[in-house]
Design a protein around this ligand. Structure first.
Ligand SMILES: NC(=O)c1ccc[n+]([C@@H]2O[C@H](COP(=O)([O-])OP(=O)(O)OC[C@H]3O[C@@H](n4cnc5c(N)ncnc54)[C@H](O)[C@@H]3O)[C@@H](O)[C@H]2O)c1
Length: 266
């Protein structure tokens, strides 16, 4: 018997991860699978979700790639169905799908604002609702919502994005309050900067290709600003998700876990 192994063992559990086709969602899906969970990998991009699932299966895990647009409520019902087909219940749900638009508050276009609210906020809310309803059936589970250090540190040009992430935090706390008695835990991971597809926007050429010199400059400046003197990687965030998904965190709800190198402290 190992208390540590048992505390992080997800054998027999079924997880759903949205935005699992890339970045933090992909790492979360992979680590949950490595801990023993069967994982439904949802993403707007069917190919990407299938690539993540195929990687998990090739490594000996159980996974299914599913095309799912989080802004569509029915897509969440479909993810629940797929999870139940895969393992009979829903125990873990990670809302990682997200989008970002850059603009100063004075210039924020309404279309961008609508997209941010639709994907980051409504997409997370719909996920929480679908997960919560499914988890009631089996006596509980763990929901993990992806926010960002941007909700804590006011940064220029990401105001619309930061607003939606602040709302995700409050949504999570209130849901934690309302569903704790049902055995449902709801927590937030608020990462600092990790160079994923979304976050590569700061070092792209006009044609969308990466600019290596600019990349070095940008990542160097971000690393210098962090007390731990480096940028994050996808597993820094994936392990935070794994902790909040696992029995090791069974007394933790309504909290924000911040793998951010120390750039924001709360
Ligand atoms: N990378 C960072 O520095 C960072 C920091 C803090 C928070 N975050 C948050 O982490 C989450 C994951 O971001 P990432 O860095 O992995 O970005 P990413 O671009 O690598 O991955 C995001 C994934 O979400 C998917 N997606 C977008 N819209 C969707 C929709 N409507 N329905 C379903 N899937 C959709 C994309 O196809 C993509 O696969 C986001 O919520 C983001 O806001 C990222």
């Amino acid at each position: 018997m190992s208390r540590v192994r048992d505390a992080f063992d997800l054998s027999g559990k079924v997880a759903v991860v949205t935005g699992a086709g890339s970045g933090l969602g992909r790492s979360s899906a992979e680590l949950l699978a490595e801990a023993g969970a069967a994982v439904v990998c949802g993403d707007l991009l069917a190919d990407s979700s299938e690539t993540t699932a195929a990687g998990i299966v090739a490594a000996g895990g159980v996974a299914l790639g599913v095309a799912a647009d989080v802004s569509d409520r029915d897509a969440h019902a479909h993810l629940v169905e797929q999870a139940i087909n895969l393992g009979g219940h829903v125990d873990i749900w990670v809302n990682s799908a997200g989008v970002m638009h850059d603009a100063k508050i004075l210039d924020l276009p309404e279309d961008d604002l609508d997209d941010l609210i639709t994907v980051n906020l409504k997409g997370t809310l719909f996920g929480c609702q679908a997960a919560g309803r499914a988890m009631i059936e089996t006596g509980g589970g763990s929901i993990i919502n992806m926010a960002s250090a941007a909700m804590l540190v006011p940064s220029p040009d990401v105001g619309g994005y930061a607003m939606t992430k602040a709302a995700v935090v409050q949504l999570s706390r209130i849901m934690a309050l309302e569903t704790g008695k049902l055995g449902i835990r709801v927590n937030v991971v608020a990462p600092g900067y990790v160079p994923t597809k979304m976050a590569s926007r700061y070092f792209l050429n006009e044609d969308g290709t990466e600019n290596p010199e600019l990349k070095e400059l940008v990542l160097g400046a971000i690393a210098k600003a962090a007390p731990l003197r480096r940028v994050g990687n996808v597993d820094d965030v994936g392990f935070a998700v794994l902790y909040l998904a696992s029995p090791a965190s069974s007394y933790v709800t309504g909290q924000i876990l911040s793998p951010n190198g120390g750039v924001a402290m709360h």
